[in-house]
Design a protein around this ligand. Structure first.
Ligand SMILES: *Cc1c(COP(=O)(O)O)cnc(C)c1O
Length: 396
């Protein structure tokens, strides 16, 4: 019997040979062992503060049904989502967890929130008032978190609203405030002055607010140092292996890989164009691999490349090959002329995200960020969730 190993990020989908259906045109491989490891690494980095887990948007596209139980198993007991429906799903998957709803409650929706026992994050005085009114009495205050605005100017109580709330004992008595939080605007730029300004405003507001646990930092913010940790950090992207800030790498490992099949390899004569709108014209004899992944699979159309327009890449056996021509709904075409030494055949796997192409690489090449790449990951590809036991040989 061979020793169990964690995922080998250099062996591509072949290592999962038995688990990939023969007809699968693409695979998204999600390493649950790494996911759990990432949460543990972040928790030990921020200790004695506590590490929550943000699993909104279907766990950033990775699949909340698989992700939430693994994070709960690793020790996460506080989850953040954006909507009530997401909260109800997480409660089902991690019954002992506390689940916060970042988008709070809008008029008329408080009843459903109360019924679910999810905790709304309240972001304006009218919202706080509406929530307080729902409390049957001051003996039964309703749990909530308060989101205070420290300069993002998106959601959150203003300094003035916080003053008003501080003087409204009648209202405060009806709230069981579990957490006071704010959110940073520029945490992905560690040197940005706004980080420190927001942190100072957050501290300055505390005397006006109930003395409860505090939370300011998400994935990038928690790398700004211990004074940004307060009592609870709220990473999402980093849990999934995201590394938004090259100067301050988060102590996490990649979790996601995506591969798609080569459908054909063809030769293009000089002067001939490829794909819609003929944006790429061969200047020499060009070898093209046609790959079964398109914008419907999350390979954004911005990855397209013409003769004068750089685009994205895929990789074969560790070597990058540039996309040539338009990305279409189901297909991309890739120039493999420079990979003469690599045998590429119909049915082979092209790496789209993996050891040679990070989520950030794809984000940059698509004119967006890795977050958007993750949340748009293909649901057409076969999804494979791996953990340690997948690599253990069965005993006989
Ligand atoms: C999405 C979100 C997070 C998580 O952000 P990451 O950058 O993915 O770590 C934390 N807090 C709030 C308020 C959010 O909206």
């Amino acid at each position: 019997m061979s020793e169990a190993t964690t995922t080998d990020f250099n062996s591509g989908p072949h290592r999962l040979h038995g688990r990939i259906p023969r007809h699968a045109t693409g695979v998204v491989i999600i390493d649950l062992e790494r996911l759990a490891g990432n949460w543990r690494a972040l928790q030990s980095l921020v200790s004695p503060a506590k590490c929550a887990a943000v699993v909104k948007a279907n766990a950033y596209g990775l699949g909340v049904a698989e992700v939430a139980p693994v994070l709960a198993g690793a020790g996460a007991d506080t989850f953040f989502v954006a909507t009530l429906d997401e909260a109800i799903e997480v409660q089902r998957l991690a019954p002992d967890a506390q689940v916060y709803v970042l988008n709070g409650v809008f008029p008329g929706a408080a009843g459903a929130m109360i019924e679910s026992r999810a905790i709304p994050v309240l972001s304006s005085l009218p919202e706080v008032e509406e929530w307080g009114t729902m409390a049957p009495s001051r003996l039964h205050p309703l749990p909530c978190a308060l989101h205070v605005d420290t300069g993002l100017n998106r959601l959150g109580l203003s300094a003035r609203e916080i003053q008003q709330l501080a003087h409204n004992m009648h209202l405060l008595d009806r709230l069981d405030v579990k957490l006071v939080m704010s959110h940073l605007a520029c945490a992905d730029e560690p040197g940005h002055l706004k980080n420190e300004q927001q942190r100072e405003i957050f501290e300055r507001l505390q005397p006006l607010l109930p003395s409860v646990p505090l939370s300011l930092a998400a994935s990038d913010g928690l790398m700004l140092g211990a004074k940004y940790h307060f009592d609870l950090v709220r990473p999402g992207y980093a849990l999934y292996g995201g590394q938004a800030v090259a100067e301050h790498p988060t102590p996490v490992k990649p979790v996601v890989e995506a591969y798609a099949r080569v459908l054909q390899v063809r030769e293009l004569a000089p002067g001939h164009s490829i794909g819609y709108s003929a944006t790429f014209v061969a200047e020499r004899v060009t070898r093209i691999a046609v790959i079964a992944a398109g914008y419907a699979d999350g390979c954004l159309r911005h990855l397209s490349a013409g003769n004068n327009e750089e685009g994205g890449h895929v990789a074969f056996a560790g070597k990058l090959a540039p996309i040539a021509g338009r990305v279409s709904m189901d297909l991309i075409t890739v120039d493999i002329t420079g990979l003469e030494d690599t045998q590429i055949e119909r049915g082979d796997w092209a790496e789209i995200i993996g050891p040679n192409i990070t989520i950030e690489d794809v984000g940059r090449a698509s004119g967006t960020i890795g977050y958007e790449v993750l949340t748009r990951l293909s649901h057409r590809f076969t999804r494979i969730y791996t953990c340690k036991s997948d690599f253990q040989q069965p005993q006989d």
